[in-house]
Write a protein that binds this ligand. Structure first.
Ligand code: C5P
Length: 217
């Protein structure tokens, strides 16, 4: 029916930050609140999708009708995403930490000078999903940039192998805030959407995903 165009589809969403432990009491994180990703999961579920939300640590309630899988690190998120496939569409909203530390088993003590953290690159979950077999029919990535937003998004689309990039300028307090202003970058072009509440951006994106999935099989 027109009100539940995603009925029978499985959609996978990632959201939130990841936490990368330094030792048993410390971690590296980022400013992602999870609000945009949670709103997208909720909007997709409202359109009838069976929705799996793989989420880093955030203080948000589970959206109605969504299956939620909690993870902490990028490695855990990558494993949870792989286990949740196959999906008809994947929307990777999480702000995955680019690097992790080889964590110390014991709390690092003060006193013998500042420690040096050596960083290891994390798996790129969006790129992995874009190359998964079977691949979701639609793979959507996000790009949080502070400059040259559209150029970077176009390059990211090709580099990651995804279908769409939702790009936003995070220099204006978007992270953690209630509103977002995005550009939808596809292989065909760029649409600039008006600044709006994250819930309304999510509803618009969910409708577009429903159109894209409906148009094919
Ligand atoms: O490379 P960058 O972090 O700018 O790409 C952002 C997009 O890639 C987002 O969709 C994010 O969820 C995804 N990503 C990911 N795994 C990573 C890094 C980013 O899925 N390790």
């Amino acid at each position: 029916p027109a009100s539940r165009p995603l009925a029978g589809r499985h959609v996978l969403v990632t959201a939130g930050p990841t936490h990368e432990p330094i030792d048993p009491v410390r971690y590296i994180a980022n400013r992602s609140s999870g609000r945009q990703g949670y709103a997208i999961a909720e909007a997709l579920a409202r359109l009838g999708a069976r929705t799996t939300l793989v989420t880093g640590p955030v203080g948000l309630p589970t959206p109605l009708g969504v299956r939620r899988i909690d993870v902490e690190t990028a490695d855990e998120m990558a494993a949870a995403v792989a286990a949740a496939l196959p999906a008809d569409a994947a929307v990777m909203v999480a702000a995955v930490a680019d690097w992790r530390v080889a964590p110390a088993m014991h709390k690092i003590k003060k006193g013998s000078g500042a420690p040096t953290l050596s960083l290891i690159e994390n798996p790129d979950i969006l790129a992995a999903v874009s190359h998964a077999v079977p691949r979701p029919r639609l793979v959507v990535g996000f790009a949080a940039e502070t400059e040259h937003v559209i150029e970077h998004a176009k390059a990211k689309l090709l580099r990651k192998g995804c279908d769409w990039i939702v790009a936003n300028d995070v220099s204006q307090g978007v992270m953690g805030g209630p509103a977002n202003q995005v550009h939808l970058v596809t292989r065909d072009g760029v649409e600039t959407w008006p600044r709006d509440a994250k819930e309304r951006v999510a509803a618009g994106l969910a409708e577009r995903i429903a159109d894209a999935l409906g148009a094919e099989s």
